[in-house]
Design a binder for this molecule. Structure first.
Ligand code: ACO
Ligand code: OAA
Length: 375
């Protein structure tokens, strides 16, 4: 047994995986051996899901069949439909969606089957269901009918259609599709690790995903994209006030969300792509406000603290420009990460061992019981 604990399990190798890999020194990310820089903008999210869940990029025939499977699974089931009006009334979107994702298990046709083959079918279904669930949630809380889905659109385009109520421009759908690819998997991040811990008790895939949703929600993980938008929009004054804002926040000992990373010692490669997308959308929409503020903040944080932006930083201005409501940014992350989480649950179940690390005891020793009257 290791004789020293690692705070936050930093640098501990907690699993073997063939799904994704990171070179933190060089700032590189690989999905099943493909460099993210090579595939972003070249593969669709559907191809990415196939790669993560099934091991390879699909052939044209495989992609056709897989896309049909995904389109056919754009439903949420009677139980979730019935639960929806109850959960929209309270809590944040991630709280509601965590409950709703769990309820998807009830009407899943493979609910009673815990085989790896059934895991695969459930995994594909969950990827198709998540965007529908987020869109339905948003429509219900807004007191309107969800826009009718379009089976000719992929997951990205259909989601933008159903959330904004407007058919997205082709380029907007392409950019969002690339965002989904960029967020799909990231080795042993907190939510994926959570999913694997749950799966490793031989619990079911919906339980593992429900746990992952809870872990993703926090502002130190997926919740940071929403926090970034709130920070950017809280800055009063012009872009020149950003330097002072950053200085004040950092000198008060507060963290700036969207910066720093446990693994990357160089720029997060996803941030490089998202920065470009943010700039392109600023040009396309004719509104540079949040892009300019983001650039200035990035420079100020780097100059003051030497921290790089992570995936959540430029995702905020990109999602905002795409018309996605701020409190749906983390649910959007979950739509994409569902592909990685489910791939990891399958991998865990295929070669399982209970995940049960050790701990280092730091409490008192040698205490003796006293009767309650003497304590
Ligand atoms: C999809 C994702 O999950 S990406 C990450 C999303 N999360 C965020 O953006 C939240 C802001 N970032 C952070 O809190 C951290 O950088 C994390 C959680 C991502 C990584 O955490 P850790 O590896 O545990 O690093 P830790 O929090 O210990 O930071 C190390 C040092 O850098 C500082 N630091 C790290 N990130 C930040 C930040 N965003 N703002 C200010 N200071 C920071 C810490 O204060 C600490 O300084 P110290 O050594 O002087 O005390
Ligand atoms: O890997 C991490 O710790 C967090 C992260 O960037 C992600 O989950 O995408």
């Amino acid at each position: 047994m290791a004789d020293k604990s690692s705070r936050g399990l930093a640098d501990v190798v907690a699993a073997t995986t063939s799904i994704s890999d990171i070179d933190g020194e060089e700032g590189r990310l690989f999905y099943r051996g493909y460099d993210i820089n090579d595939i972003t903008g070249r593969i669709s999210f559907e191809e990415c899901v196939h790669l993560l869940q099934r091991g390879d990029l699909p052939t044209a025939d495989e992609l056709g069949a897989f896309a049909n499977e995904l389109t056919g699974a754009r439903w949420i089931g009677e139980t979730t439909e019935a639960l929806l009006p109850h959960v929209v009334r309270s809590g944040t979107p991630m709280e509601a969606l965590r409950t709703l994702v769990s309820s998807l298990a009830v009407d899943d046709p493979d609910a009673a089957d815990s085989s790896v083959e059934a895991d695969r079918r459930k995994a594909t279904r969950l990827v198709a269901q998540m965007p529908v669930l987020v869109a339905r949630y948003h429509a219900d809380r807004s007191g309107r009918e969800v826009a009718e889905g379009d089976p000719s659109l992929g997951i990205a385009g259909n989601f933008l259609l159903q959330v904004t109520g407007e058919r997205p421009a082709d380029r907007a759908a392409e950019i969002f599709d690339a965002c989904l690819v960029l967020h799909a998997d990231h080795t042993m991040n907190a939510s994926t690790f959570t999913a694997r811990v749950v799966a490793a008790t031989l619990s079911d895939i919906h339980s593992a995903i429900t746990g992952a949703m809870g872990a993703l929600r926090g502002p130190l993980h997926g919740g940071a994209n929403e926090a970034v938008m709130k920070t950017l929009s809280s800055i009063e004054g012009g872009v020149d006030t950003v330097d002072r804002f950053v200085r004040d926040e950092l000198s008060a000992g507060r963290k700036l969300m969207g910066f720093g990373h446990r693994v990357y010692k160089a720029e997060d490669p996803r941030a490089t792509h998202l920065r470009r997308m943010s700039e392109e959308l600023a040009e396309l929409t004719g509104n540079r406000h949040y892009f300019d503020f983001s650039r200035r903040m990035e420079k100020a944080v780097f100059d003051t603290k030497g921290l790089y932006p992570n995936v959540d930083f430029y995702a905020a201005s990109v999602y905002h420009a795409l018309g996605i409501p701020t409190d749906l940014f983390t649910p959007v992350f979950a739509i994409s990460r569902m592909s990685g989480w489910t791939a990891h649950v399958i991998e865990q179940h295929e070669d399982n061992r209970l995940i049960r690390p050790a701990s280092e005891y730091t409490g008192p020793v040698g205490r003796r019981w006293k009767d309650i009257s003497e304590r």
